[in-house]
Design a protein around this ligand. Structure first.
Ligand SMILES: NC(=O)c1ccc[n+]([C@@H]2O[C@H](COP(=O)([O-])OP(=O)(O)OC[C@H]3O[C@@H](n4cnc5c(N)ncnc54)[C@H](O)[C@@H]3O)[C@@H](O)[C@H]2O)c1
Length: 257
């Protein structure tokens, strides 16, 4: 069975639905109950279970993981997906804003994983942490977010190194621009949507299911020898900076070989 944090909408919801299709029972840790009809239906069917939890609260997490083990079964998979953004340039970002982003995005993963590994180490298992392309390259005006997501990549590598001896694999997925409720207010604007899609070599914004597919692979037996990796899923965006340098004959480049 699996636990997915922040699984009531967006990327987390796509991961939950994918796991259910694969035959898993899934505990969803979220602050609010899901309003989505599909998830409510899955709850009625007894494949999805909701636990009202803030991932920054150790006491709530200890209780929730204990209930999961009792009500759903022994944990095999943890996906640390819950995350928040906090726009603000570093020179004016408030200390409590910085703290909240680091607490949810980084400390939350540490807390959930530290509790989960007590169970996972008994028989092996898999953890996937959702980082971001912003954890690989800075995102102007999102300094707390980028720093937290870079921390997630190193925390992933650290956990992978320390927990390989228990046969617990730990990997990260770094999404590019994915259309979810988090950025819907921007992407719903056709001009912004078109401008963003145009920047991406694959010329389109990603879908939550395209992140869920990678998570499903990483937790599967197919990935049984992969640990400590950060997989970028961005339609080529992060590697395309040289294509935006004006004056370069990108399309007319001569083959010099
Ligand atoms: N959408 C993108 O383009 C994108 C890109 C890169 C990385 N990501 C990352 O993917 C993950 C999911 O993002 P999304 O776009 O689906 O966002 P979203 O806002 O739709 O979902 C985030 C979920 O996390 C939950 N959450 C937030 N704080 C929490 C807390 N303290 N305790 C428990 N749950 C909490 C929210 O309630 C929500 O359900 C995040 O970690 C985000 O940083 C998203």
């Amino acid at each position: 069975m699996a636990v997915v944090t922040g699984g009531r909408r967006g990327i987390g919801q796509a991961i939950v639905e994918r796991f259910v299709r694969e035959g898993a029972r899934v505990g969803v840790f979220c602050r609010k109950k899901a309003s989505d009809e599909t998830l409510q239906q899955l709850e009625k069917q007894g494949t999805v279970f909701f636990y009202q939890v803030d991932v920054t609260d150790r006491v709530m997490l200890e209780e929730a993981f204990a209930r999961v083990n009792k009500e759903i079964g022994e944990l095999d998979i943890l996906v640390n997906n819950a995350g928040i953004t906090m726009p603000g340039r570093l020179e004016s970002l408030k200390e409590d804003q910085w703290d909240r982003v680091i607490d949810v995005n980084l400390k939350g993963i540490f807390l959930c994983s530290q509790i989960a590994v007590k169970t996972l180490k008994n028989k092996g298992g898999s953890i996937v942490n959702i980082s971001s392309m912003s954890g690989m390259e800075p995102y102007e005006g999102m300094g707390a977010y980028s720093s937290s997501k870079a921390g997630v990549i190193m925390l992933t590598r650290q956990m992978a190194l320390e927990w390989a001896q228990f046969n617990v694999r730990v990997n990260a997925v770094c999404p590019g621009i994915i259309r979810t409720p988090l950025n819907e207010y921007l992407i719903a604007d056709p001009e912004i949507h078109a401008a963003r899609a145009a920047l991406i070599p694959m010329k389109r914004i990603g879908k939550p299911t395209e992140i869920a597919n990678v998570v499903a692979f990483l937790v599967s037996e197919e990935a049984s020898y992969i640990t400590g990796q950060a997989v970028l899923v961005d339609g080529g965006l992060l590697g395309s900076i040289q294509s935006h340098i004006k004056g370069r004959p990108v399309s007319k480049a001569k083959n010099s070989c």
